[in-house]
Ligand binder design. Sequence first.
Ligand code: XMP
Length: 519
Amino acid sequence: MSLDSNLDKILIIDFGSQFTQLIVRRIRELGVFSELISHKKIKSSQIKSNVKGIILSGGPLNVYQLNNNLFDNKILKLGIPILGICFGHQILSKFNGGKVKQSNHREFGLTNIHKRNDSLLIKNFFNKKTKKVWMSHADQVTKLPKNFKVVASSENSKFAIVESKINNFFGVQFHPEVTHTENGKKIISNFIFFICKIKRNWSSKDQKKKLIKEVKQQVGTDKVICALSGGVDSSVVAQLLNKAIGKKLYCIFVNTGLLRKHEETQVVKTFKRKLKINLIYVNAEKEFLRKLKNVSDPEKKRKIIGNLFIKIFERYSKKIRNVKFLAQGTLYPDLIESKSVTGSQTSKIKSHHNVGGLPKKMKLKLVEPLKFLFKDEVRKLGLELNLSKEIISRHPFPGPGLAIRMPGVITSEKIKILKEADYYFIKALKDYGLYHKIWQAYAALLPVKTVGVMGDNRTYEYLCLLRAITSEDGMTADFFEFKKSFSQMISNKIVNSIRGINRVVYDITSKPPSTIELE
Ligand code: XMP
């Protein structure tokens, strides 16, 4: 991945810490553009004058493993202010003549640090003499290089914050980017504004104008197609392109029959009627159901749905003549190469399908206007583009849809039952003000029938599973704790309203060890 050359920026060199993306996000939240690049990919010669500051991230390596292939240490000689975080702090010390050793006292979790000296980096950070910070390290700096001074220490890390004023080098052994560190954002803000002296240049308003202009420049008078799913990313891409190129955009929306209740009607209403986008609505319910007949293996289901989706998309896109571009909702985390280092396991565990992974063989040029944005930035941009809060803050919904929330074979009867259960659950979350406290929620239909009693009669019907989780990014998750009154209400509502379900269970597993979806 290359650096976006125009804007002034803070460059984050990623050594593989699980928190690196958070550094970029914190800086952007402060209104400044920030980019992330792997330590293996960046050479000092690529760093241009628009890089106003560098942050070296944490990571699992040992500083004595770093050779020229792993890190071009000439970067430290460019005269650019540098903040080293955790492992980055150890790099700064080691390459400037200090020493780093494995510590007898590893520090993980909340730790108190004490102020020892003043520094611009800690301006308004310590309101008392001590501060709680989040540590996560085994190695530590044991000898400071010449010209470095201690700014703060913990019981086990004498050099918890250090600085070298001459070089404009700063090091922190803890993680200011995580929310556990009290007031940690202040450290980042002091570094970028007081030390790097960078000006604010990043807001969703600026983004809207800039991206519309860039799309116009890239596409010219050519036609663009886009697969619309109704989810946040593809909706924002479609509306952005709509604003940029209007009727030269053609959106294709495939109704797989595996969508949530009323979803297709809402998409058509919003995009075709309200936003006046060229929308091609394809009803492929029967085709999907036919291909999925008697298939119960989760991976087979995913593959069948993904492939058929592509086939249908190609079939309809061929009907539009002279298309040159395909618009996709690729986001920044999809691009960042460190993703594999930080270990998103989901893609290895399940073959993901989403509207972003469209056919390479179509030989269309890609328009990926969101590729420098994080999800929260995409949401803000969506609001700037006048998309409704309802679309912007929807829970994620997987490409294979209800198929992976229905273990076992898929039938139209089961789909119908599941759509109803999901509808009641999500509606109740909204009615009780819980929807936005939850990262993702859904109902699933298990391939088990159990005995119940309704009136004086025996019933023998399906088991409905409810799942509601809290999460930051979907990589880890915890189950949401409902009050008994809500659980009781929703269980009654589902069983009483839907023929085919006579029992409701709640999934109380976290991720890991479970995944968010069932298949
Ligand atoms: P898992 O089940 O892997 O899900 O813990 C993590 C997040 O990814 C979503 N998900 C998908 N999204 N295509 C998608 O666009 C897929 O094939 C897919 N599978 C899972 C899931 O809903 C959750 O938000």
